[in-house]
Design a binder for this molecule. Structure first.
Ligand code: SF4
Ligand code: SF4
Length: 367
């Protein structure tokens, strides 16, 4: 392994990415719901579909401050803020920002101010073009996408966390065009049909067309699409070498929660520091996005990032495979501003060029 790595790192581009990541150091992450409340009720929201709001956030600010201090003492250096809608508690969001590397997912209805949040990675959810998004998120009334576009016009902190449903590939280009015309970036996520709506939302529909279209978007906007073809391929196929995605191999599980004891004992890699805190800041749940839900249809992008990132060893067979792993790592570090974002964007076209394009019918890893 050492000799191969040495050979790969003779390539100056790979060497630079690898050295910068090493210098930044390891990530010790948690996720936390800043609030149990939200100003929307989206169809297929993991949060409310499993009653995660039954753990209310403490009203007492001192309890929140104590949580931050506790996690700092434990060595946490990265927080994924989920929820609930974090913009409903901007004061607490600011405290997370001031103490950790972090990112936040928001529905975009309330703008996160610039002052005091200047370098925050803001992932704004969008689930399709205006009609689809209004149907799935806006209760058939509110054009959430339109409001969020206005709120984040030309905002360099903003990337669209675009959740694509399997049967909605035809909408991708028009949504991406609007996000990029708005002066932002795009990171793809994939719809999990938690509430069994079926039809175009059903994962059985397959993601081949979605993957093809994402490949086309990378070709069209190589300096704006934050998803590589490899990352998208791994998420949509659920395949990583000899592993098939699911609970038994998922690396983003709360390590302190007894519900995961058997999973931890099964020998597959997991993130030992990770905890998914409920909004009460005391209890944890199985994982960031689930309590009992079916893991085989979980297509969450951040969880798959972690799956790839922890499985470095599997990617050492060839320089191409190592490139796939290293660029996934580097993307995570620069999207989340652990490494310089603007430098990452300058390198993005080269990253896409080196990763290449994976189609679902093809093999993930060249022989
Ligand atoms: S905005 Fe997020 S937390 Fe709120 S209902 Fe929609 S998916 Fe759930
Ligand atoms: S729902 Fe997804 S993230 Fe949660 S344990 Fe299952 S596979 Fe992992």
């Amino acid at each position: 392994m050492g000799a191969k790595l040495k050979t790969y790192l003779q390539d100056p581009f790979l060497n630079t990415l690898y050295s910068e990541i090493r210098q930044a150091g390891a990530i010790r992450s948690i996720s936390v719901d800043l609030t149990h409340q939200c100003n929307l009720r989206c169809i297929g929201c993991y949060y409310f579909s499993e009653s995660m709001d039954q753990h209310p956030a403490p009203e007492d600010e001192a309890a929140f401050d104590a949580f931050i201090e506790r996690e700092k003492r434990r060595g946490t250096n990265f927080v994924t803020v989920v929820g609930g809608e974090p913009t409903l508690v901007l004061g607490r969001l600011k405290k997370i920002y001031d103490n950790f590397w972090m990112n936040v997912a928001t529905n975009g209805l309330i703008r996160i101010p610039y002052d005091g949040f200047e370098n925050m990675p803001i992932g704004i959810a969008v689930w399709g073009d205006h009609d689809t998004d209004r149907w799935l998120r806006g209760g058939n009334r509110v054009d959430v996408f339109e409001r969020a576009l206005k709120n984040y016009k030309d905002d360099p902190r903003a990337f669209w966390y675009y959740t694509v449903a399997p049967g909605m590939a035809h909408e991708i280009e028009t949504v991406v065009d609007q996000c990029i015309d708005n002066g932002n970036y795009v990171l793809f996520n994939y719809y999990c049909d938690i509430t069994g709506q079926g039809g175009v939302l059903d994962p059985a529909y397959g993601f081949a067309e979605v993957q093809d279209t994402i490949n086309r978007m990378i070709d069209k906007y190589p300096d704006r699409i934050l998803t590589t073809s490899y990352l998208s391929y791994v998420i949509t196929t659920g395949r990583l070498y000899d592993q098939q995605w699911g609970y038994e191999v998922c690396t983003s599980i709360s390590s302190d929660n007894p519900v995961n004891a058997a999973r931890i004992a099964n020998g597959h890699l997991y993130n030992p520091h990770f905890r998914a805190y409920n909004a009460d800041l005391e209890t944890t749940r199985r994982c960031c996005t689930g309590v009992d839900r079916d893991c085989s249809v979980c297509y969450d992008t951040w969880e798959h990032f972690s799956w790839i990132m922890l499985n470095m060893k599997k990617h050492l067979r060839s320089r191409q495979e190592f490139t796939n792993w290293l660029t996934t790592m580097y993307l995570f570090y620069f999207i989340n501003r652990i490494l310089d974002f603007d430098t990452g964007i300058e390198r993005l076209p080269e990253i896409h060029r080196r990763v290449g394009r994976y189609a679902i019918a093809a093999e993930a890893v060249p022989a």
